[in-house]
Design a protein around this ligand. Sequence first.
Ligand code: MOS
Length: 752
Amino acid sequence: MLKEPHVGAPRSRVDGRAKVTGEAKYAAEFPAPGLAHGHVVSGAIARGRITGIDTTAACAVPGVLEVFTHENRPRTAWFDYKHRDEVAPPGSPFRPLYDETILYSGQPVALVVAEDSGTARHAASLVRVEYEAGAHETDLLRAREDAYVPPKRRSGISPPPKPRGDAVAALAEAPLRVEAEYRIATEHHNPMEMHATTVVWEGGGKLTVHDKIQGVLNSQGYICNVFGLSKEDVRVVSPFVGGAFGSGLRPQYQLFLAVMAALALKRSVRVVLTRDQMFTFSHRPETINQVALGAAADGMLRAIRHDAIGATSRFEDHQEVVVNWSGLLYHCDNVELGYKLAQLDIHTPADMRAPGAPLGVFALESAMDELADKAGIDPLELRLKNYAETDENEGKPYTSKELRAAYRLGAERFGWSRRSAAPRSMREGRELVGWGLASGVWEAQMQQTSARAVLTADGRLEVATATADIGTGTYTILAQIAADAFGLPMESVTVRIGDSSLPKSPIEGGSWTAASAGSAVQAACHAVRETLFRHARGAEGSPLGNADLDHVAFVDGRIVLAADPDRGIGLIEAMRAGGAERIEHEQTASPDKANQKRYSSYTHSAIFAEVRVDEELGVLRVTCIVTAVAAGKILNPKTARSQVIGGVVWGMGMALEEETLADHRLGRFMNHNLAEYHVPVNADVHDIDVIFVEEQDSRTSPIGVKGLGEIGIVGTAAAIANAIHHATGKRIRDLPITLDKLLERPPAERAR
Ligand code: MOS
């Protein structure tokens, strides 16, 4: 049998036109008759309690319908667990307007609902809140003293593996040692679309809810549990999501507030958060890493220790996989990894694009660069020397791992062999030039997902599943998979997603949607094909009379004999012959349990970065990134490339710009806007070259896909930091690497 190509057809987004024309509707854009508008009042202290709320002035504004606070809110579920959503970490979820307790700065303390949004916003500014402040702590550097190992409760997050060998002894004996601390600042998600919910009051106790969410079923379940409603009465419809990156995995407080107000007022209500309020929930936790590497003189790793502390809230144990990567990226017999949390008076952090991985991998891959320096070995050679053939954390083989090829192809494209080893040895004009590299790794997962396919006698195909498209290209790849199954043009396919009435799908996250929803859509299409094929074979004078499904091909709207493609029958003709107006099948695709048990599955990348630094001004540019990604089958290289580029740009943000700064005296994030919270803009982004390495993987998912939404960010910050060291000789272990850190002179030099 011929090997299938590892890259599919480069298709443009099927939803592109709807998006650029404004036809695509987002949560805050759905109309409803008699729509009322809510504006959130955000709290001002980090910890304590509300001693009084005066809403008189706000209520007196013409057009104001109601001001909800903890004092007058309608009753909701009493028990804590009812407020837990599908992906809640262990702990007690935040319950908006629950009581007078203040848990973090920016906490919603009131919702003003008015006839129009301007009135609501104005009236919200008139709500007077009095507090009794308690002592708070928002500084991880102080709270780290009280860090604790999260109790073993079901969190869905793999804890660090058990130690192997004796890392402490091996480290003590190692001829070469690197020991250092690496830190990454708090980051906020900042998708283009602000979080918003429009609740449409349908009458008869029924609600249609348009929510900014990465999984409509998660919002539906949450609403039903919290407000005691039945699933028949609550439909969540969110066909488009304007970016989310993890901030939309869990229902956020605007959903609660909008539903609460709609039920109380018995009318439609919309609540949209402002850009500042996007900094009042959901962020990547500030994380401290301590890494120690021990190696022989030739660079062979003898010991790896990696301990991390991540920030969490006082009420939930948000956990991430930060250190485990250090036990699997390289072969090493003595490994000890640890992960702790430290509580702060902040909102619970959230998963943010590749949660945990870019943090831990930044630390490990920076330390590997430091080791290469000490050993006098090329950083690429050091990685190849210590290449891990198997997952040594789990003692399992990989479903596939083409990282070696990624290193080779990336290095060739980048021109790595022309690098001169010594720091500060490459210069062009007034700029120092630096070349650095790092490895990237992310889990390749598949989740059980159901999908429906319907073929109608007009030659149209509809596929449907409840999953979301958060801008990743889900609509497009599902249309492609469905079209390919029948040899139909993509224009003949309609994809329906983002609706809780559709077949069941998990949240869109973890880079698993293409593998999961894609496999489900393909399974549903194959079931329709079987029925169709029976009709085709039964048609009078059918040339397929003696064939079975393995011997035919679906090409250009026809079913033909694979061996003799001139002989066949049209899809519509076959349906007519069978008297079928429509053929409909629902199928569920599940990961292969036996494979999951036997193998580990990860995507990998090799990232090469070039930076140019003007030392006098501290100005730094990332002039080139080459990333070679091994992620199994690439369904659509166009949308896939966009995903990886997006991840790389995020990595640039992590390396150089993004940090949410708190004033610890106030316990408050201060740069809560896009003027002061910097993300890379077009002027920051130069050449990004994405290579898709050929990787055949038949075990992760039925369609050979391993997922791409997150791998692009992992390792990118490390490659840039390593390039900065190569350019300047400065090792900066504290992200982001801002101008002040670049300009800071070493103490010895300052003394001169
Ligand atoms: Mo992702 S951080 O699972 O949206």
